[in-house]
Design a protein around this ligand. Structure first.
Ligand SMILES: *[C@@H]1O[C@H](CO)[C@@H](O)[C@H](O)[C@H]1NC(C)=O
Length: 541
C-alpha cells in the first residue's frame, strides 16, 4: 500500500511551489502587472504616522478665552452640516489628549500629525490676543507625545480660521499673508524647540474651492469663478512668507523641516491610446495639484496652461483682467522653492476625457476652466463617502506623476490616506484593513520599483471624528468613538491592529515564506500524528 508520507510530502511541495499572485481586491483589481501584491520592506528610516485636526477632535469650542473659528460659526448656523452636528465636543481631545497619545503608542507609531487651532492660540487671530490656556494645552499635548517617544508633526492651519479675521476678509484680504506669518512666528517661538516638522496649510484646494467657491465648507462663500483664485493667491503668498521666516530666523536654532500639504485625486485618462485624454489628465492635475505645486515646487508661478486658459476665458467673459491674479517677479522669487518636503493627501482616483471644446461661457467657474470631463467608475469599490472610491493603483501613479512633474529629489510625505465607513459600530472593518494594505503596498511599489522618494506615510485618521459637512455620519477612524457617550470612549478597530502590524514589519513579509513555514508546520504535525497513531506496519521507510 501507498505510504501516507507520500501525500504529506506532495502537500508540502505543492504549497511551497504554488505562488499565485495575491490580489487584495481580486474581484475588481486583478491585473497581474498592475495589482499583484508586492512583498518587501520600506526603508529603515521610513516615518509611520497617523493624523487628526483640531476642529475635528478637540471640542471645548468656547473654553477659557478661546476665540471662535469659522467652523464654529458655520456649524452653529445649523443648516450646513448633516444632522446639525457640530464640533462643540467632538472627540473631546481637549480633555482626552493623553488617551489619544496612548492609542498612537499602542500602534507602535513614532509620529503624530495634528493641527493647532489658530483661535485657541490667538483668540482674535493676532499675537496681541495670545491665550495662556491655548499655550498650556498645546504644550501639554506636545510634551505628552515626546514623553512617549512620539514626534509631533504640526499643521499650522487645518481650516479653523479665527472668525475675527474672516470678518476682515479672511483669505480674500491682502493682509492675509502677514496675519498667517505672524501667527506662525508665534508658534515657532513657542513650540519650535520641540516641533521639528511643520506643515503650513492643509489642502489649499479644499479651503479655496469648497470654502470660498461652492460654499459647502466654512466660511460658506460662493465665488467658484473668481474668489477661489484670490484665496489661493493669498494662501500661496502666506505659505511662502512663512517658509522664509522659518528659514531665515528659526531653522538654524530649531533645525526642523517645513512644507505644505496638497490634496489630489489621481486623474486617469479614460483611454490611454487617445492623446487628448492623456493631455486632459495632465491638464486636470495641473489645474488642481499644480495650482499650488507649480509655484512652490517648480517656478514661482501658476502652470502656463492655467494662465493661458483663464486669461482667454476672462476676456471672452467680458472682464478687463484675468480672474487668475498675477505674481510679481519679486513674489515669484520669494515663492519658488519654499519647501523642505511635499506633503500629499490622497484618497481616490477619477477617469477623465477632454471636453472637446474650450468653454468660454458665463458664468465663469473653476470647474469649467480646465475643459476636462471627469467621473468615478461605478465598478470601483464604494465606501462611506460618495466621493471616495477605492482605487489602490492611483496613489502609485500619482506619486510617479509628482516625481516626473516636480523632480526626483523632492521628499514626499503621504500626510493623509484612508477610507470612511458609514455611521455604524463596525469594529471588524475589513474594508479599511484592505484599503490600508493595498494603498500602502502601492506606495511600497512606488519606492522600490519606481524609485519615488516617499519618506513617510500617515493614516487618516487616528479615530472617528467630525467629518466636516458630513458631521458624524462618516467615520474614518482606526479607532471607533462612541459619540453618544459623554466619555467618548475609543475602541481599536481591526484596521488599527492591521496597520500596527504593517508598521511593526516595516512593510510586508514575504507571503511565500510565511505560507511555506505554515505548510511545513502543518505537514510535520501530520507526520508526527501519523507516526504516533498509525500502526508502524503501514510504513515501509
Ligand atoms: C481678485 O483678483 C483679481 C485679479 O488680480 C482682482 O482684480 C480682484 O480685485 C481681486 N478680488 C478680491 C476680492 O480680492
Amino acid at each position: 500500500m501507498k505510504s501516507p508520507l507520500v501525500f504529506v510530502i506532495a502537500a508540502m511541495v505543492t504549497c511551497i511551489v504554488a505562488q499565485d499572485p495575491y490580489y487584495v481586491w481580486p474581484d475588481v483589481f486583478n491585473d497581474e502587472e498592475r495589482d499583484a501584491f508586492y512583498y518587501g520592506q520600506f526603508p529603515d528610516d521610513f516615518k509611520w504616522s497617523t493624523a487628526t485636526s483640531s476642529y475635528q477632535i478637540e471640542g471645548a469650542w468656547d473654553v477659557e478665552d478661546k476665540g471662535e473659528s469659522v467652523w464654529d460659526t458655520f456649524a452653529h448656523e445649523g443648516t450646513h452640516v448633516a444632522n446639525g452636528d457640530t464640533g462643540d465636543v467632538a472627540c473631546d481631545s481637549y480633555n482626552l489628549y493623553a488617551t489619544d497619545v496612548q492609542l498612537i503608542k499602542n500602534m507602535g507609531l513614532s509620529y503624530y500629525r495634528f493641527s493647532l487651532s489658530w483661535p485657541r492660540i490667538l483668540p482674535n487671530g493676532r499675537p496681541d490676543s495670545a491665550s495662556a490656556d491655548g499655550l498650556r494645552y498645546y504644550n501639554a499635548l506636545i510634551n505628552e507625545l515626546l514623553d512617549n517617544d512620539i514626534n509631533p508633526q504640526v499643521t499650522l492651519y487645518h481650516w479653523d480660521l479665527p472668525q475675527a479675521l474672516e470678518d476682515e476678509g479672511g483669505f480674500l484680504s491682502d493682509d492675509f499673508p502677514q496675519w498667517f506669518n505672524d501667527y506662525a512666528t508665534y508658534c515657532f517661538e513657542q513650540f519650535g524647540d520641540r516641533v521639528k516638522f511643520w506643515i503650513t496649510f492643509n489642502e489649499p484646494w479644499i479651503i479655496a474651492v469648497l470654502g470660498y467657491g461652492d460654499g459647502v465648507f466654512a466660511p460658506g462663500l460662493n465665488g467658484i469663478g473668481d474668489k477661489v483664485y484670490n484665496v489661493s493667491h493669498n494662501l500661496i503668498l502666506g505659505h511662502a512668507m512663512t517658509y522664509r521666516t522659518y528659514d531665515s530666523t528659526y531653522r538654524a536654532s530649531q533645525m526642523g523641516e517645513i512644507g505644505i500639504t496638497l490634496n489630489s485625486d489621481f486623474v486617469e485618462p479614460y483611454d490611454r491610446s487617445i492623446p487628448s485624454d492623456v493631455e486632459a489628465a495632465s491638464r486636470s492635475l495641473r489645474f488642481g495639484l499644480g495650482w499650488y505645486a507649480n509655484p512652490i515646487f517648480k517656478n514661482g508661478d501658476y502652470p502656463d496652461i492655467m494662465k493661458e486658459k483663464i486669461a482667454r476665458k476672462s476676456a471672452a467673459q467680458g472682464l478687463a483682467s484675468s480672474r487668475l491674479p498675477e505674481f510679481t517677479e519679486e513674489e515669484k522669487n520669494m515663492i519658488k522653492g519654499t519647501y523642505d518636503f511635499f506633503g500629499l493627501n490622497h484618497y481616490t482616483t477619477v477617469y477623465c476625457v477632454d471636453s472637446d471644446q474650450e468653454d468660454l461661457s458665463n458664468p465663469p467657474s473653476y470647474y469649467k476652466d480646465g475643459d476636462v470631463n471627469q467621473w468615478k467608475d461605478s465598478s470601483w469599490p464604494s465606501t462611506g463617502s460618495s466621493w471616495l472610491h477605492v482605487v489602490p493603483w492611483g496613489i502609485r501613479r500619482l506619486a510617479t506623476w509628482i516625481r516626473d512633474e516636480y523632480g526626483q529629489d523632492i521628499p514626499i510625505y503621504v500626510t493623509e490616506n484612508g477610507v470612511s465607513t458609514k455611521d455604524v459600530a463596525e469594529l471588524n472593518d475589513e474594508i479599511r484593513t484592505k484599503y490600508y494594505t493595498s494603498y500602502i503596498n502601492e506606495i511600497l511599489k512606488a519606492i522600490r520599483i519606481d524609485n519615488v522618494n516617499v519618506k513617510g506615510y500617515t493614516a487618516w485618521s487616528l479615530m472617528d471624528n467630525f467629518e466636516w459637512a458630513a458631521g458624524y455620519t462618516e467615520r474614518f477612524g482606526l479607532h471607533y468613538v462612541d459619540f453618544s457617550d459623554p466619555e467618548r470612549p475609543r475602541t481599536p478597530k481591526a484596521s488599527a491592529n492591521a496597520y500596527a502590524q504593517i508598521v511593526a514589519d516595516n512593510g510586508f513579509n514575504s507571503g511565500s515564506t510565511v505560507t511555506g513555514a505554515l505548510c511545513l508546520l502543518v505537514a510535520s504535525t501530520l507526520l508526527a500524528l501519523i507516526n504516533a497513531f498509525v500502526p508502524s506496519t503501514c510504513f515501509e521507510f
